[in-house]
Every structure is written in C-alpha cells, then in structure tokens.
Design a protein around this ligand. Structure first.
Ligand code: SAM
Length: 324
C-alpha cells in the first residue's frame, strides 16, 4: 500500500478519537448561525463509525490496523481533536447549505475525491433525507476503495442503494479521472466536489489540471476543499517543519504545501470560478462555532494550549469555490 493511502487511517482514527472523547457529534447549539438539518446529519454518527471500525477488523490486515487505530485514539491530544472537529464541520456545513439551497424537486450530485474511509456517503444518502442527492461518488485508489467497499458491505445500514458508488482511480491520472467522472455523472446537474486533505498530496500541475478539467466539464457546481498551508510569513517555519517531518518519518511528501502556502495562493487555483471564499481554520472557529460550543469543546479534554491551537489552525484552510 502506498504511504499516501495510509494517511486515511490517520484521518479515520482522528475521527474516532473525536467521537470517543465526545467532541463529535456537534449539537443544535454548536453554530452561531443555525442551518436546517444540521443536527440530523449527525444522528447515528457515532454508531456508524464504531460499526465501520468493528467491521474493518474482519478484513485482511484489519486486526493490526485496528490496534494502530486504538493506539492513536488513546494518544489523541486536545489540539488534534479540536482540529478534527473543525475539519469535519468545515466540509459538512457548506455541503449541507448547498444541498439546502437546491429545491427538493431538483437534483444534485456529490463526489468525494480521495474519500478514504470518510462516511459522509451514509450521512447524506442513506437516511433518505435529501431527495436532491441523485448520485454520491466516493473515489480513491483501487486498494482503498476495495477495502472500503468490503467493510461497507458488512454494515447493517451501509450505503447500498444505487445512488452510491465507490470507484477506484488515481487522481493524478487526469484522463482516467475525467472519464470516470463523465461516465458516472451528468455534466448539467449541480455537482459538489469534495477534496478533504487530498489535493495536498498531488503534484502542482496535476492538481491544477484536475481543477480546470472539472470546471470545464461540469456546468454548475461547488468545490469544497480542506488542506494544510505552509504559511507565508518570513519567520513562519510551520510548513517546512511539517513537510520535513513527514518526509523523514514516513517518506510522505506534501508537494505543494510550501507553494500554496497562504489563503491567496491556495485559492487562486480556483480563480476562474465565479465565487471563491477561503478561511483559515482559526477564523472558521471564531466565525462559525458558538461561544457555548467553544466552551463545551474546551471542557471535553482540558485545553490550555490555546496559542498552539491558534497557530496550528491558522495553517489549515477551508475553501469554497462555486460556479453558476
Ligand atoms: N478525505 C478523507 C478524509 O478526510 O477523511 C481521507 C483523507 S486521507 C488524509 C487522503 C486520502 O486521499 C487517502 O485516502 C488517499 O488514498 C487519497 N489520495 C491521495 N492521493 C490520491 C490520488 N492520487 N488518487 C486517489 N486518491 C488519492
């Protein structure tokens, strides 16, 4: 398995850590500006993830993976859990808002590029609460998709209907990716593209061609992206340290971390889209999460490293680019 695929297990264990400690799910008081359907997308959320974790243990190599995941849950630090909470909401909120804007009689499609073990498919398809969602595609490398499909099959309420499809593809192979997307989706229906910690693993040129090709092919849509940024202040060493550490400890490269190092450089890649907004995650926290919820989060595990949290979250961004 490629090193980059293994990053998914970090993402999944972080999510489980957040759930087991009680950061996630959020509640009806979590947001400064409430959104219709917000609480209901998290109904059964913890059970869903625990069931997936249980089912994963039955897969080849699953037991070893489960003990790695268990170890990282036990060692999870408050700043990391806070970050995972924010990361999750930074995609869920604009996704839900976009779906809410589409009339129930109209349709939309959702694609999660580099989906890993993310279970949004179940939140947005299985409950049948969003008749607008006519197609939900999860896309990742072949091995990751085969693993995910076989785990999902074991879940009592896994995504089984014909709206959901998991497809394997290397995003760096743009011709293959575009041919998969155009085969499975309708270009004239509003489409949401999600890249949550996925573009950061792609080379600069390929990620730009992917963005441009999707924009050219799909008439209407929105792109939601979450990634780290290296930082652009002269004395900011966050990105360099992160990049060097990952290379040294895991032989994992983040090829564009120091190139798309600020909100501007990151979001300029979508500049041909009509509306682009980007926030770092510290600003997202302050502008979106209610004071009551911030208090709750701080009490879940004692958090006194507020400055560390601020620095870390200033190096992650949530971007929304919408066209037509
Ligand atoms: N998006 C998921 C989440 O946030 O929970 C998973 C994030 S994980 C850090 C990165 C995922 O992107 C992995 O599942 C990895 O296999 C996938 N990925 C990275 N580069 C890819 C590529 N070139 N083609 C397909 N998938 C890719």
């Amino acid at each position: 398995m490629q090193t980059v695929q293994q990053t998914d297990y970090d993402a999944f264990s972080s999510k489980l850590a957040c759930l087991s400690k009680g950061y996630l799910p959020p509640n009806e008081q979590s947001l400064i500006t409430p959104i219709k359907g917000f609480v209901s997308i998290y109904q059964g959320y913890k059970d869903l993830h625990l069931q997936y974790f249980q089912a994963l243990k039955g897969e080849f190599g699953g037991r070893r993976l489960a003990s790695k995941i268990n170890r990282s849950i036990q060692n999870s630090q408050p700043v990391m859990n806070y970050g995972t909470y924010l990361r999750t909401l930074s995609i869920d909120i604009p996704l839900l808002s976009y779906i809410n804007e589409i009339a129930p009689s109209e349709q939309c499609q959702i694609v999660n590029l580099g989906c890993g073990s993310d279970l949004r498919c179940s939140q947005f398809v299985d409950k049948g609460e969003f008749p607008q969602v006519m197609k939900y595609i999860d896309l990742d490398f072949k091995q990751s998709i085969e693993f995910k499909q076989s785990v999902l099959q074991k879940l009592p309420q896994g995504p089984s209907n014909d709206i959901y499809e998991a497809v394997s593809c290397d995003l760096n192979n743009i011709d293959e990716t575009m041919s998969v997307l155009t085969k499975l989706l309708k270009a004239d229906i509003p489409t949401v593209f999600i890249t949550e910690c996925a573009l950061c693993y792609m080379p600069q040129e390929e990620s730009q061609i992917l963005i441009d090709s999707i924009r050219k092919t799909f008439n209407t849509g929105v792109w939601l992206s979450y990634d780290p940024i290296g930082g652009d202040e002269p004395n900011d060493r966050f990105g360099k340290i992160m990049k060097d550490n990952l290379l040294m400890s895991r032989n994992l490269d983040l090829p564009t971390l120091l190139i798309f190092n600020s909100k501007d450089t990151y979001s300029n890649r979508w500049s041909q889209y009509e509306q682009v907004t980007i926030q770092n995650m510290w600003d997202f926290l302050q502008s979106t999460i209610s004071p009551i919820e911030q208090k709750r989060l701080q009490s879940v595990q004692f958090l006194d490293e507020i400055e560390e949290l601020r620095i870390m979250q200033s190096h992650y961004v949530t971007m929304k680019a919408q066209w037509q």
